[in-house]
Design a protein around this ligand. Structure first.
Ligand code: ADP
Ligand code: MG
Length: 735
C-alpha cells in the first residue's frame, strides 16, 4: 500500500522521482498529492492563445492547423514547424531534426502542447514543446496519459521543462490508484459544522474531478485546512503571549487623562470615543493589549494614542511612541507637546499640577540632550518617550514601561512585535497599540496580523475639507500639465502651500541631468523599452525654479538628506517659510501641515493605490479644500491608468486597499509564503476567501481556548507543526 509518507522513488521509480524532485522539490506521496492542478481544461475547449504571456511555461489545448518541413540553410538537417490554433489565433511549434513528427501532427488533430512561450519576429512560439495528442478514437483507453484525458475535466498542473502537465497527471494517477488514504485531522463534528468533505476525498477529487462541483468541494476543504492551520497557529501564539502579564493600567478618576480631556479644544469624534473606550478597557487588564487602530490620514489617531498614554501615566507607568523616521518622531514629539499644553511641561514654569514630560530620543540628538533624555526615561521623569524603532534596540531603559505605541507601521509581523516587547519589557509585557493610515483589508488583518484586535476610525473630524483628485494625462494633454503649474502659483498666491511628489531623488551616479539643456522632459519621451525614466526631485526642483515656479520659495526634501537637514526643511515648510515642497514619499506618513492645500504627484502610476491615497491625505488637513493632481503618461484604459482613475474616483481608503490587494499578486502580500513550493497557502485567497478565514479564526479560537496545546487533537497539532516549521519565517516574519 502507498502511504502519505512513502518515498516516490519506491512508488514511481528512481528516474521519475528524481525528475519530480529536481523540478518541484517533490519527494513523497504527500508532496505529490499537494501539488494541486492549477486549473482544469474542459474536454472540448481550446486554450485562448491570445492570453498567453511571453516567458511563461504554458500548457495549451489546441488543434494542429498545418505542418511545414524545410531544410536548414546553414546546417544539415530539417526544421519542422507546426502551427497550432485555438480557432482564432495561432502559435508555432518548432522542432529540429524531428521530421518523423510530421506523421503524428496531422492537421485537425487536437492535443495538449506544453513549453515556454517565446516571441520570434513578432510571432508567438512554443520553444521545444512537448505534446500529447488526443487519439482520434477517444474511447480507446490507452495506458497512462490517455486515461487522464478520459474524464470530462483535464487537470492542468504547474509544469516544468521536461515534466509536462500530463506527466505529472500520470504520476498522480498512479499514486492514487494504490493509495491507502489518509487519516483526517479534522474532527468529524467540525467537518460537519463547516460543511467540508474528508481530506482523502478532497485530495482524490482535486486531482480527478468529474465536474466543477467536485472541484469546488475539494478546493473548499483544502482551503479550509490552510485557513484553519494558520489561525490555530496564531491563536496559540496569542495564548502563549497571555501568559506573561501586562501591567494593569485602569482608568483613574482625577488623573491627568481626565484633566487633559476637560481642556481639549475640540470634541472627540464618535469613532475616537469608541476606540478610546476599547483601548481603555484593554489597558486596565493583565492581558497585554494588542490593538491595531486604522484610520484615514487626518482621522485623529494621535489624540487616541495620547489618551491611552495618559491613562498609562496615571497608573504610574511610562509610554513609548515609535515612529518610522526621525522626522516623524520629532514631529510627534512636537504635536504631543502642543496637544498636552501645560500638562506636558512637568518641571517647567506654568506646568499643570499633575503634568508629565514628553521627551524625544533619537540618534541625531546632540550628546548632552541625549544624555538628559536617557536619564528622563530611566528615572521615570518622562512619562512619554518618543523615538524611532531603533530606540528599543539601543537598550534604552525605562523606570516602568506600560505601553508601546507604534505609529504608521503596518509592515509589522507577529514576531517583530514579540521581539519588540522582549526588549521593551522586563518581566511584564507592555501593552501594544499600533496605528496605521494604510487600511488593511480584513482578511490580511486576520491572517497576517491574526493576533491583533483591530478597530477603525472611519470618520474624519468635522469641518475637514474634502480632497478632490484629478488625473493629468501628460502624454495626451500636455497643456493640462502647464495649467497645473499655473494652478500651483494660484494656490500659493492665495497664501497656501503645495507639495510636488516624485518617485525618485535623482542625481544618481552616471546619470546626466536633463536640466543641463535647460529643458526638462516632463512630457514623456518613450525610450526603446517604452518606459521613460520618471522625473526626479532634484531635476524637477531645478527646472521649476527656473521655469514655471520662478520666484516661489521652493524646498527640497528626500531620504538622502542628513536627518538634521530633513528636519530643517520640514520645519520651514511647516512654518510657512517655503511655498512649494518638492519631495519624495518621505512626506508620506504623518506629516501635518494644515496650510498645504495642493499636491501634485509626478509619474503617479509608479505608486500603489494605497500609497497614493495616503499621500494625498497630506493635503486638505485645514479648512480649505484639498486638490490632488495625479500626473501620468499612462495611456487611457491601461491597467496603470485604470488604477489612477480608481484613486481619483473614490476617497474610501478601505476600498482602495481592497483593490490594491486584488491587483497585487497575493504572494506580495504574504511574502514568499504564497509563491514558493513549500508554501502554506497554496489555495487560500486573501481576496476571495474572507468568509472562510473568519470562520476558521472563530473555530481556532475555541479549540485553543479549550485545549491550548491541542493534545486532544493530535491531527490538528500536526497540521500546525507542519505549517509553522515550513513557513515560520515567511508567514510570521515577512508580514
Ligand atoms: P492622523 O490620524 O493622520 O494621525 P492626526 O492625529 O494628526 O491625524 O490629526 C489630524 C488633525 O486633526 C490634528 O491637527 C488634530 O489635532 C486634529 N483633530 C483630531 N481629532 C479632532 C477632533 N475630534 N476634532 C477636530 N480636530 C481634531
Ligand atoms: Mg498620525
Amino acid at each position: 500500500m502507498i502511504g502519505w509518507d512513502s518515498e516516490l522513488d519506491r512508488v514511481l521509480g528512481a528516474k521519475t522521482a528524481k525528475a519530480l524532485d529536481g523540478a518541484f522539490g517533490i519527494s513523497t506521496v504527500g508532496d505529490l498529492l499537494r501539488h494541486y492542478p492549477r486549473r482544469y481544461a474542459e474536454r472540448g475547449e481550446l486554450t485562448p492563445i491570445g492570453g498567453l504571456e511571453i516567458g511563461e511555461h504554458a500548457t495549451v489545448l489546441a488543434r494542429v492547423e498545418r505542418v511545414d518541413k524545410r531544410r536548414m540553410r546553414s546546417r544539415r538537417g530539417t526544421i519542422l514547424q507546426a502551427r497550432i490554433t485555438d480557432g482564432t489565433r495561432s502559435l508555432s511549434c518548432t522542432f529540429f531534426n524531428q521530421a518523423w513528427r510530421e506523421r503524428e501532427l496531422s492537421p485537425g488533430k487536437r492535443g495538449m502542447f506544453a513549453g515556454k512561450v517565446t516571441a520570434y519576429r513578432g510571432e508567438l512560439q512554443l520553444a521545444h514543446p512537448e505534446y500529447q495528442l488526443f487519439s482520434a478514437d477517444e474511447d480507446s483507453d490507452e495506458q497512462g496519459a490517455a486515461r487522464n484525458f478520459a474524464g470530462a475535466l483535464i487537470p492542468v498542473y504547474p509544469a516544468a521543462q521536461g515534466i509536462p502537465s500530463w506527466s505529472v497527471g500520470r504520476c498522480v494517477a498512479q499514486v492514487l490508484d494504490g493509495w491507502e488514504g489518509v487519516r483526517d485531522p479534522l474532527p468529524e463534528s467540525l467537518r460537519q459544522r463547516v460543511g467540508v468533505v474528508s481530506l482523502e476525498e478532497a485530495l482524490r477529487l482535486v486531482h480527478r474531478p468529474d465536474n466543477l462541483t467536485q472541484v469546488n468541494q475539494a478546493r473548499r476543504r483544502l482551503k479550509w485546512d490552510e485557513a484553519f492551520g494558520v489561525q490555530l497557529a496564531l491563536a496559540q501564539s496569542r495564548q502563549r503571549q497571555g501568559t506573561r502579564p501586562a501591567p494593569p493600567c485602569p482608568r483613574r478618576g482625577g488623573g491627568l487623562a481626565e484633566a487633559f480631556e476637560a481642556e481639549l479644544p475640540f470634541t472627540l469624534t464618535e469613532g475616537q470615543r469608541e476606540v478610546g473606550e476599547r483601548i481603555a478597557e484593554d489597558l486596565s487588564g493583565e492581558r497585554p493589549m494588542n490593538r491595531l487602530v486604522q484610520g484615514e490620514v487626518g482621522s485623529g489617531k494621535t489624540v487616541v494614542a495620547l489618551r491611552a498614554m495618559l491613562q498609562v501615566v496615571d497608573a504610574g507607568r511610562q509610554a513609548v511612541m515609535l515612529a518610522p523616521t526621525e522626522v516623524l518622531a520629532a514631529q510627534h514629539a512636537r504635536s504631543l507637546r502642543e496637544l498636552l499644553g501645560r500638562f506636558g511641561r512637568a518641571g517647567e514654569l506654568g506646568a499643570a499640577e499633575r503634568a508629565t514630560r514628553v521627551c524625544l530620543l533619537t540618534g541625531s540628538l546632540p550628546a548632552a540632550r541625549r544624555k538628559q533624555a536617557l536619564l528622563d526615561a530611566a528615572s521615570g521623569a518622562a512619562g512619554i518617550v518618543v523615538g524611532t524603532h531603533a530606540l528599543l534596540q539601543d537598550g534604552v531603559s525605562f523606570a516602568g514601561l506600560g505601553l508601546v505605541v507604534v505609529d504608521e507601521q503596518h509592515r509589522f509581523g507577529v514576531e517583530q512585535r514579540d521581539a519588540l516587547r522582549e526588549r521593551a519589557g522586563e518581566r511584564s509585557c507592555p501593552h501594544l497599540l499600533v496605528m496605521t493610515a494604510t487600511p488593511i483589508p480584513r482578511t490580511v488583518a486576520m491572517t497576517v496580523f491574526g493576533d491583533l484586535r483591530t478597530s477603525a476610525l472611519r470618520e474624519l473630524p468635522r469641518g475637514r475639507a474634502p480632497i478632490s483628485t484629478t488625473v493629468v494625462p501628460s502624454a495626451e494633454k500636455p497643456s493640462w500639465l502647464e495649467r497645473a503649474w499655473q494652478r500651483v502659483r494660484e494656490e500659493v498666491a492665495e497664501g497656501h502651500q503645495v507639495y510636488v511628489v516624485c518617485s525618485r531623488v535623482g542625481d544618481e551616479s552616471g546619470e546626466t541631468s536633463s536640466t543641463e539643456t535647460g529643458e526638462l522632459h516632463v512630457v514623456p519621451e518613450r525610450g526603446e523599452s517604452g518606459q521613460r525614466t520618471p522625473v526626479s526631485v532634484l531635476d524637477l526642483a531645478e527646472w521649476l525654479r527656473r521655469g514655471p515656479l520662478e520666484g516661489l520659495r521652493l524646498g527640497v526634501l528626500h531620504g538622502r538628506l542628513p536627518s538634521e537637514d530633513k528636519d530643517a526643511v520640514m520645519r520651514c515648510f511647516a512654518d510657512g517659510e517655503t511655498d512649494v515642497l518638492v519631495a519624495t514619499t518621505v512626506v508620506e506618513v504623518g506629516v501635518d501641515v494644515p496650510n498645504a492645500t495642493m499636491m501634485m504627484i509626478m509619474d503617479a502610476d509608479r505608486f500603489g493605490m494605497s500609497q497614493l491615497h495616503q499621500l494625498r491625505g497630506r493635503v486638505g488637513r485645514g479648512d480649505s479644500p484639498g486638490l490632488c493632481l495625479l500626473v501620468s503618461a499612462a495611456m487611457p484604459q491601461s491597467p496603470a491608468r485604470n488604477r489612477l482613475d480608481a484613486v481619483a474616483s473614490t476617497t474610501d481608503g478601505f476600498e482602495l486597499a481592497r483593490l490594491d490587494l486584488q491587483q497585487r499578486r497575493e504572494g506580495d502580500v504574504l511574502g514568499a509564503a504564497q509563491s514558493g513550493r513549500s508554501s502554506t497557502l497554496r489555495m487560500l485567497s486573501l481576496v476571495h476567501d474572507e468568509e472562510l478565514i473568519a470562520t476558521a479564526r472563530a473555530e481556532a479560537e475555541e479549540f485553543v481556548e479549550l485545549d491550548p496545546e491541542l493534545r486532544e487533537h493530535p491531527g490538528l497539532a500536526a497540521m500546525v507543526t507542519e505549517l509553522v516549521d515550513e513557513d515560520r519565517a515567511d508567514f510570521l516574519e515577512k508580514a
